[in-house]
Design a binder for this molecule. Structure first.
Ligand SMILES: Nc1nc2c(ncn2[C@@H]2O[C@H](COP(=O)(O)OP(=O)(O)OP(=O)(O)O)[C@@H](O)[C@H]2O)c(=O)[nH]1
Ligand SMILES: [Mg+2]
Length: 196
């Protein structure tokens, strides 16, 4: 059984629903009360496939401006970033660019980025963003309040994307040149000495 450990972070403006997303994903529950995150929170999830075990540590990062300096180390070595905004609050969408810049400034890896518009249960505008230009893997519109399946889908698609990239890199690293018998005999002839 092979084991993998991945690090995810969730970022975005304050009160867009980052902690709610994490609680819904892990505990399948929704909290109506707003309790601002102080600094960071960590939750973990273990997923088992037929031959691999994956653990993801998901860091929920406070959106409050006051914490941004102290939370920057948490952007290090991340495999995935969930950038979240509130569909019912246009200023949180305008700030998405600020959060994408934060990734560029603070991440030392090249994480898979997804953009999540939350609170689709509330009246909201339509938003357009050139996700290819911003190197965003996928865009989802969800309601953490009423949705469960799409939330699971976000994490599953992220894990699959990261895992396939890791498998590709492993294969590349252990690539053994395959010689045909003919090639090997030619190799022998070229040798100047041989151990018998
Ligand atoms: N209507 C509605 N409310 C939501 C939804 N998701 C979250 N909320 C509410 O939005 C408020 C803020 O949610 P949080 O998850 O605490 O927000 P946050 O992004 O973690 O905020 P910070 O910790 O301050 O960065 C809470 O009162 C939630 O109940 C949703 O999909 N629909
Ligand atoms: Mg929070």
């Amino acid at each position: 059984m092979r084991r993998f450990l991945y690090k995810f972070i969730i970022i975005g403006d304050t009160a867009v629903g980052k902690s709610s997303l994490l609680v819904k994903y892990i505990d399948k529950s929704f909290v109506i009360n707003y309790v601002p995150t102080i600094g960071v929170d960590l939750r973990s999830k273990k997923i088992e496939y037929s031959d691999i075990k994956i653990k993801i540590n998901i860091w929920d990062i406070a959106g409050n401006e006051a914490y941004q300096q102290i939370v920057s180390p948490y952007y290090k070595n991340v495999h995935a970033v969930i950038v979240m905004f509130d569909l019912s609050n246009p200023s949180t969408f305008e700030n998405v660019k600020y959060w994408l810049e934060n990734i560029k400034t603070n991440c030392n890896s090249e994480p898979v980025i997804v953009l999540v518009g939350n609170k689709s249960d509330l009246p909201h505008n339509n938003y357009q963003m050139d996700i290819k230009f911003f190197n965003i893997f996928k865009y989802y519109e969800i309601s953490v309040k009423t949705d469960t399946d799409t939330i699971d889908k976000i994490f599953t698609e992220l894990i699959e994307k990261i895992q396939s990239e890791v498998e590709r890199k492993i294969k590349q690293r252990f690539k053994v040149p395959i010689f045909s018998l003919e090639d090997r005999s030619r190799e022998k002839k070229r040798c100047c000495c041989q151990i018998l």
